[in-house]
Design a protein around this ligand. Sequence first.
Ligand SMILES: [Zn+2]
Length: 153
Amino acid sequence: MVCSICGEEYTAEKTCYNRTEANSWEAWMKNQEGTCPDCYKKKMQAEREEKLEAERIQHKKDNAEAALNATNRGLPELSGTPKQIAWANTIREKFLCSFRCKDGADEDVRIRFDMVINHVISNHATASSWIDNQNRFRSIMKEAQIEVANKNN
Ligand SMILES: [Zn+2]
């Protein structure tokens, strides 16, 4: 086999159980744009790095958006290192978006949720408390959801 990337000869191997299977596999392989193991490894590595880079960019975008939204919403500024603040802003933004009531929600429900959200937000002004307590904050909101659902039944 000739590698389609570097042009080097390489051998492809496969354990076949009989000659017919081996022949058909050989015929199939001949028509493949194959790559040698080295090039394959490099290709996979490059794809992995590309994906990581895309994630980094998305992450940066999320952080910038969350910081802007925090300012627009008039949320208290968080304290911590720039990296912590960026991350915590994103966590806080997601928290707000997933629990803020949709339009048309019951007035009672909206007030109860806003109260809990505001309480959490005004009591946690350090980036680290958002990073450390994100799961706890979520369960506080879940409890509020259950409480409201029970009241309405
Ligand atoms: Zn190659």
